[in-house]
Design a protein around this ligand. Structure first.
Ligand SMILES: [Zn+2]
Length: 136
């Protein structure tokens, strides 16, 4: 006999809709090991704990990887070129999104600060975030 699957307090549909409805990034925190992830799942990818707690993710982070797309999907036809980005959020969690304001590779850099921008467009949209003025 195998263990029954843990019951899910959340569904993928609810999780995706929350991006549009609340204007907030949602993720999960593992009460066992503290791992924060933006990836929907029933169990912690690090320690296997099944009682993940839904949590609000930071809207700010740093660009971990990006590429500029000139041949977009149908939903983004009028937005190309734009950057497809992987963002490492402050406090944990890694999400993929897009940046309509970035039109050339030279317009963005790895490690650059970005901020989640709620949008009527599909996907998770980011914009550059200068953050608080740097002080010497
Ligand atoms: Zn864990």
């Amino acid at each position: 006999m195998s263990e029954p699957l843990p019951s899910a307090p959340h569904t993928i549909d609810e999780f995706v809709r929350a991006y549009e409805d609340s204007g907030k990034l949602r993720g999960f925190r593992c009460p066992g090991c503290g791992l924060v992830t933006a990836t929907w799942g029933l169990a912690c990818s690090r320690c296997g704990a099944a009682d993940l707690v839904e949590t609000e993710l930071s809207p700010t982070g740093k660009v971990a990887a990006y590429t500029v797309l000139t041949v977009p999907g149908d939903e983004f036809l009028n937005d190309a070129p734009y950057a497809y980005v992987v963002v490492e959020l402050d406090g944990g969690g890694r999400v993929t999104g897009w940046m309509p304001t970035v039109r050339r590779e030279a317009d963005l850099a790895i490690g650059e600060r970005v901020r989640f921008v709620p949008s009527y467009k599909p996907g998770v949209q980011f914009a550059k975030d200068p953050g608080p003025a740097a002080t010497g």
